[in-house]
Design a protein around this ligand. Structure first.
Ligand SMILES: Nc1nc2c(ncn2[C@@H]2O[C@H](COP(=O)(O)OP(=O)(O)OP(=O)(O)O)[C@@H](O)[C@H]2O)c(=O)[nH]1
Ligand SMILES: [Mg+2]
Length: 330
């Protein structure tokens, strides 16, 4: 009765509707879906891995979607098949942001060689979906050779996206001179490439100045990949200036990272980290939902809150109970 074999065949054939269905299945939290999704992901693993995974992060409104539209278009012209996973926490506001992205990426949305998937707010945590990693694998199995993941850089999300991307492109707008301070430092540390967008019209001189500023700021930071000098470029996503050339940077980055084995190492490290975060999240989920623990969980929590019991001891008791051990015998 399972529809899995036909879904798998359609997916491998590059069918975009099958890909959309597969991602929905993988994002589903229903236990029966989960089991099927896991089997699907296992089955496509041998066909995945063949793309360049590009994270596109940056502050709200910097022009990430506009960049992806222009960059994706340039990629299609180079014969690439482009998949876009847009993880917009703004979509919490309703369907607005998703519709916005569809219009901002109008060309890609209608191109037969492209696939766009805006993820709903429900599956997004910290700007990155819990199942984005699997969604990337599905895109690869469907034959997409560049997967672009858009996420708002709001603290942790750029690190989360750098956990699944081969290359992280950070998009900044020229206006915020004080962007350099505080907040954005984290983003600069994980960036493999920095683009100062909106280098057009009145903003062009500002963009050039920001370009020089970021370049010198970067000299004080250790690059994420030692062999790679992080490029800083002023571009205009709206007018397309400097956008097509970014594909050369991507290819150069790949060549450098592959030569030093950094490419494979990064992916291996990411897979290992994904395993551990999966273990952590699943264990916690099961512990929180364990019926035999429910009453005791509330009790211990109340005692800890009231300062009558240490969190340390309470956690140990709860974990022992969860594992079916006798908490008294420690
Ligand atoms: N002048 C100029 N405006 C741009 C450029 N790129 C984007 N914009 C404008 O900036 C605004 C935000 O662009 P988006 O592409 O939606 O930015 P975003 O970073 O995806 O925004 P969020 O996803 O909401 O965080 C829009 O009004 C764009 O038209 C550019 O290169 N030059
Ligand atoms: Mg956007």
């Amino acid at each position: 009765m399972s529809a899995l074999p036909s879904l798998l065949a359609a997916l491998k054939g590059g069918d975009r509707r099958a890909l959309a269905r597969a991602i929905t299945l993988v994002e589903s939290t229903r236990p029966d879906h989960r089991e099927e999704a896991e089997r699907l992901v296992e089955a496509i693993l041998p066909f995945a891995g063949g793309s360049v995974r590009i994270g596109v992060s940056g502050p709200p409104g910097a022009g990430k979607s506009t960049f992806i539209e222009a960059f994706g278009r340039a990629g299609l012209e180079r014969g690439r098949r482009i998949a876009v996973l847009a993880l917009d926490p703004g979509s919490k506001r309703g369907g607005g942001a998703i519709l916005g992205d569809k219009t901002r990426m109008a060309f890609l949305a209608s191109a037969p060689e492209a696939f766009i998937r805006p993820s709903s707010a429900g599956v997004i945590e910290g700007g990155v979906g819990r199942r984005t990693r699997e969604a990337i694998l599905l895109c690869e199995a469907a034959g997409f050779d560049a997967v672009l993941v858009e996420t708002v850089g709001a603290g942790q999300s750029e690190t989360a996206v750098s956990e699944m991307a081969d290359m992280l492109i950070v998009i900044l707008s020229p206006a915020g001179g004080d962007e350099l301070q505080g907040l954005k430092r984290g983003i600069l540390e994980v960036a493999d490439m920095i683009l100062i967008n909106k280098a057009d019209g009145e903003l062009a001189p500002l963009a050039r100045r920001a370009e020089a500023e970021y370049r010198s700021a970067l000299r004080l930071l250790r690059p994420p990949c030692p062999e790679w000098q992080v490029p800083v470029r002023a571009v205009s996503a709206l007018e397309g200036t400097g956008i097509a050339a970014i594909w050369e940077d991507v290819e150069r980055f790949r060549a450098v990272a592959e030569a030093s084995n950094g490419w494979a190492e990064r992916r291996a490290l990411q897979a290992r980290r994904a395993l551990w975060s999966e273990i952590e999240e699943s264990l916690l989920e099961r512990l929180r939902a364990a019926p035999q623990l429910a009453r005791r969980l509330r009790l211990e929590e109340a005692e800890v809150t009231a300062g009558k019991r240490s969190p340390w001891a309470a956690a140990r008791t709860l974990i022992s109970l969860f594992l079916g051990e006798n908490p008294a015998s420690k």
